[in-house]
Design a protein around this ligand. Structure first.
Ligand code: AMP
Ligand code: MG
Length: 401
C-alpha cells in the first residue's frame, strides 16, 4: 500500500497545471501570480520628503549661516518640484512631496517656529544632508524583480503590482470544482431527518474549505448509491469540471459503487488506499479529459483529513503556487499509535509562558467523530515507526484553514 508521500507524488504527476488568465488588478486578491513582476521605476521614484516641514540647503546652516529662513513657497505632494532661489530661503514641504531642487535636507514642522513668513529653527534642531529624505531608488531600482511567478497575491503583493503600474495581472485561472456527496442515508440540513438517516455534513465542510482557500467556482451535488444515477451524474460532472471531489462510496461495502462507476466512465484509477489512519480508502484517478477525481472516504474525519492533507495542496500546485512553508509543531503529550500506518491526529494549539506553540493531541472517537474536531486547529502527521511518540516530538502540522 502507498505511503502518504507516494500518494502526493502520484497526485502531483497527474494533476494538470491550470491555464493562465489576465485579470484586472482589483480582481486578483488571493490569486496565484503566473508572471514575474518588475519595478516600473526606481522606488521611491524621486527624492521623497519624509516629514511635513521645510526643505533647505544644509550648507546654509553647516557653513555658519543663520537659523532663520524666509519661506519662499509651499510645495505639496503631487506638485512638480520648485527650485530654491537663495540659500537664506526655505520651501515649506509636505510628506510625499518631491524634494525641491537646490535643497538636500528637511527640518520637521515640530522643530521650527513660523512667524511672519520666516521659519526659525529650534536651537537644537539638526540639519544634516539628506535627513528626512527618502532617497530615490533607495528601496529598489527600476527593472528589479519584485514578485516571482507562483506567489499568492495578498495585500502587500497587490500594492507592489499596483506600484509597478500593472492594470492587469496574469494569474492562474480558477478551476471548475464539483463537490459531490454520495449515500442514500444523507439528508440536507433543514429537511426532516429520520432515526436511520444522517445529515449531509461533508459536502458543506468541503465546499466551505475550498471557498476559504480562495476557490470560487465550486458546484455542489448529491448522488444516491445507485449505479445508473452515479453514471449519469458523474459523466456530466466529468465533462463540465476540472476536478471532482467525491465523498463516500469508496470503501469495500456492497454499495461503495464509486470506483466501479468511474472505471466504466474510463476514469483511470491512479491509486486506491493509502497506508494511513484515518482515510485509508482514499481513491484518486484521472479522466481521459484530464479531469482529476478525488474519492474521499465518507467518514467525516477521514473526509476532512484527506481534503486538507491531499486535495488542497494538490489544487494549490495546479494553480502553479510555489510550495509554502512546511509547518512543524512539538507534541505537548506522548501519543501511542499502531504501526505500520501513518497516523493523522487532530490537535489544538496551546502557547506556553515562553510564547512557544505546542500541539495538544485531541484524538477523536474514531473517524466518524467529527464533533471532536471543534476548536482543533488541524492535525499532525505521525509517520509509521515507534509505537509511542514522546512529548516534544516535532512533526508536520496541517491546519484546517
Ligand atoms: P462511506 O464512505 O460512504 O462508506 O461512508 C462512511 C460513513 O460516512 C457512513 O457512516 C456515512 O453515513 C458517513 N458519510 C458519508 N458521506 C457523508 C456526508 N456527506 N456527510 C456526513 N456523513 C457522511
Ligand atoms: Mg456511502
Amino acid at each position: 500500500m502507498l505511503t502518504p508521500a507516494e500518494a502526493d507524488e502520484l497526485i502531483g504527476q497527474h494533476l494538470q497545471c491550470l491555464p493562465i488568465e489576465s485579470l484586472p488588478l482589483a480582481q486578483c486578491a488571493g490569486a496565484v501570480l503566473r508572471e514575474n513582476v518588475y519595478a516600473e521605476r526606481d522606488q521611491p521614484p524621486y527624492d521623497r520628503v519624509a516629514m511635513d516641514g521645510v526643505a533647505l540647503d544644509s550648507r546654509a546652516v553647516t557653513g555658519g549661516g543663520g537659523r532663520s529662513f524666509r519661506i519662499q513657497a509651499t510645495q505639496a505632494a503631487g506638485d512638480p518640484p520648485l527650485t530654491l532661489t537663495a540659500p537664506s530661503d526655505c520651501i515649506e514641504v509636505m510628506t510625499g512631496a518631491v524634494l525641491p531642487r537646490g535643497c538636500d535636507s528637511v527640518v520637521p514642522i515640530e522643530r521650527i517656529v513660523i512667524e511672519r513668513g520666516q521659519a526659525e529653527l529650534a536651537a537644537d534642531a539638526q540639519v544634516q544632508p539628506w535627513q528626512h529624505v527618502h532617497r530615490r531608488g533607495s528601496d529598489t531600482r527600476q527593472g528589479a524583480l519584485l514578485l516571482r511567478a507562483g506567489e499568492r497575491l495578498r495585500a502587500p503583493e497587490i500594492a507592489i503590482a499596483a506600484s509597478a503600474g500593472m492594470a492587469r495581472i496574469r494569474v492562474a485561472s480558477q478551476p471548475m470544482l464539483a463537490v459531490i456527496s454520495t449515500g442514500n442515508e444523507l439528508v440536507e440540513p433543514g429537511e426532516p431527518v429520520l432515526a436511520h438517516q444522517v445529515r449531509r455534513s461533508n459536502a458543506y465542510a468541503i465546499v466551505s474549505a475550498l471557498r476559504e482557500h480562495g476557490f470560487q467556482r465550486v458546484a455542489d451535488d448529491h448522488i444516491r448509491d445507485d449505479v445508473d444515477e452515479l453514471r449519469e451524474r458523474l459523466r456530466f460532472h466529468l465533462e463540465t469540471h476540472d476536478v471532482l471531489v467525491l465523498s463516500g462510496g469508496v470503501s469495500v461495502g456492497r454499495f461503495d459503487l464509486v470506483p466501479r462507476v468511474l472505471a466504466e466512465l474510463s476514469v483511470h484509477a491512479i491509486f486506491h488506499n493509502v497506508a494511513q489512519r484515518p482515510g485509508k480508502p482514499l481513491w484518486f484517478g484521472v479522466a481521459p479529459s484530464g479531469a482529476a477525481v478525488f474519492g474521499l472516504p465518507g467518514n467525516p474525519v477521514s473526509t476532512l483529513v484527506c481534503l486538507t492533507r491531499y486535495v488542497l495542496p494538490a489544487l494549490r500546485g495546479s494553480l502553479g503556487q510555489s510550495p509554502g512553508r512546511v509547518e512543524r509543531m512539538a507534541l505537548s503529550a506522548p501519543i501511542t499509535v499502531t504501526p505500520p500506518l501513518t497516523h493523522f491526529v487532530p490537535v489544538r494549539l496551546e502557547q506556553d509562558d515562553w510564547g512557544r506553540d505546542w500541539a495538544v493531541p485531541a484524538p477523536t472517537n474514531g473517524s466518524g467523530d467529527f464533533t471532536a474536531l471543534a476548536s482543533t486547529e488541524g492535525f499532525v502527521e505521525l509517520p509509521p515507526g515507534p509505537n509511542t511518540y514522546a512529548k516534544g516530538f516535532v512533526t508536520r502540522l496541517y491546519r484546517w484553514s
